[in-house]
Design a protein. Structure first.
Length: 110
C-alpha cells in the first residue's frame, strides 16, 4: 500500500463510491471531501504501487469482500477479484497506523 494511502487513512479519510474525483494527490484519487474515491467492484485496468485502479482513475474496491491475501505494503486484497477490501466492522488491531478488522479488512467509517 502506498505511503500516501496510509497517510490519508491515518488522518481519518474514508472510502467514497459516490463522489467524483476532485483531485489526485501523488496518485491517490481524492474527493472534494478529502476521501478516497473508489469504484465498488470496478474493473481493474491497471495497478500502481500495489493498488488496483479502474479506467477512470478510482481505486477498485470491495466493501465487505473477503480478504484472501495481504499484498506487499499491507494492502488487503481479494485475490480472486484483485480488489482492495475494507469494512465498517469493528476495529480489532492496528498495523502501520492503519486500523483493521478481525478479518484483516481496512476499517472504514460507516
Amino acid at each position: 500500500m502506498s505511503q500516501l494511502l496510509q497517510s490519508v487513512l491515518r488522518n481519518g479519510a474514508n472510502f467514497d463510491a459516490v463522489s467524483p474525483i476532485d483531485r489526485v494527490d501523488q496518485g491517490i484519487p481524492l474527493t472534494a471531501f478529502g476521501n478516497i474515491a473508489y469504484e465498488q467492484l470496478g474493473t481493474i485496468t491497471h495497478w500502481w504501487q500495489g493498488l488496483p485502479f479502474t479506467a477512470d482513475g478510482k481505486i477498485a474496491g470491495e466493501n465487505e469482500g473477503t480478504v484472501i491475501r495481504i499484498a506487499p505494503g499491507g494492502a488487503p486484497l481479494n485475490a480472486a477479484t484483485g480488489h482492495l477490501v475494507f469494512s465498517a466492522g469493528a476495529r480489532t488491531h492496528v498495523a502501520a497506523s492503519i486500523p483493521y478488522t478481525a478479518a484483516n479488512k481496512i476499517k472504514i467509517i460507516p
